[in-house]
Design a protein around this ligand. Structure first.
Ligand SMILES: [Fe+2]
Length: 293
């Protein structure tokens, strides 16, 4: 089967475009894997797609599906499948981030499916974390080599039970241990969670530095939970530098119905532009590749 390729933008990714009404399930799997490994983000456009085809196609490349316990947003389960979630809880902008970088156990790969695009706005944004790192000033690179991020969250008993969908403290302890999260439990079973992670990570091949984390949206939505690991605050000036870089090198993906997006969550950050159309409906799957990458 012939496929037509076109960059998503001059900065990032490849689009795989349907030419002669072929099924997305007929595309050569190896070809997709090679493109994914090279570009880190692929957009499949113009294929006939519904939730079932999306599930079947993404299953061909995926393993270890995660649910979204502990995330910042409410996500709706689609067609009774816990591994397909909608992401439309809020309509505000979500700045660039790696998915679930506020904990150790992250999905290595993400899938998005456009069930219904917004009439206007609501683009998904993407940016290569290597490219982002290259744009950072030397003094900021130096800062990130010395300081890590520290997320600190306190919750009462009811809050953590609801958020993590568990009842008992020992389940919480187990979860925190798996996620390298420091847990303090108080007498009334309210808790304090502390998680420390780097701002910049080495690429899987070890050759590059990658800026990928939850810094931008956390400072945007929930700044009180974030400091450096020496308890110093994240300076406004630093946020200004990072926000300017983000705007300069972000690519907007204007959704078309049936689009499928495949993202390497160890390298490519994503986000979303604000929207008002309540009919915008984008699904997400969080998983790991079932192939060498
Ligand atoms: Fe996300």
């Amino acid at each position: 089967m012939n496929i037509t390729l076109k960059p998503i933008s001059e900065k990032i990714g490849q689009q795989i475009i349907n030419q002669d009404d072929k099924s997305i399930l007929e595309i050569d799997r190896e070809k997709i894997i090679n493109l994914f490994n090279e570009y880190g983000v692929l957009l499949f456009r113009g294929f006939e797609a519904n939730t079932e085809i999306f599930r079947e196609f993404s299953n061909l490349f995926s393993t270890d599906f995660l649910d979204y316990a502990g995330g910042a947003f409410n996500r709706r389960v689609i067609n009774g499948d816990q591994t397909i979630l909608s992401v439309n809880d809020f309509q505000i902008e979500i700045k660039l981030h790696g998915e679930m970088y506020y904990q150790k156990h992250i999905p290595l790969m993400l899938w998005f499916f456009c069930a219904n695009p917004a009439a206007k706005d609501g683009e998904t944004t993407v940016c290569d974390g290597r490219h982002f790192f290259a744009e950072i000033s030397n003094s900021t690179k130096e800062l990130f080599s010395q300081k890590k991020l520290k997320f600190t969250v306190s919750m009462n008993k009811e809050q953590w039970q609801q958020k993590y969908k568990i009842d008992a403290v020992n389940q919480l302890q187990e979860m925190c241990k798996k996620n390298n999260t420091h847990l303090t439990v108080y007498e009334d079973q309210s808790i304090l969670l502390e998680y420390i992670c780097p701002v910049v990570i080495p690429s899987r091949c070890g050759k590059y530095q990658v800026f990928i984390n939850s810094l931008l949206p956390t400072m945007q939505l929930n700044p009180d939970v974030l400091r450096f690991d020496d308890d110093s605050p994240i300076p406004d000036e630093l946020m200004k530098e990072l926000t300017e870089i983000a705007e300069k090198i972000t690519t907007n993906i204007s959704w078309q119905k049936g689009d499928i997006l495949m993202i390497d969550n160890t390298r490519i950050m994503h986000g979303r532009r604000a929207f008002t159309d309540e009919k915008r409906d984008i699904y997400i799957r969080l998983c790991s590749p079932n192939f060498q990458f």
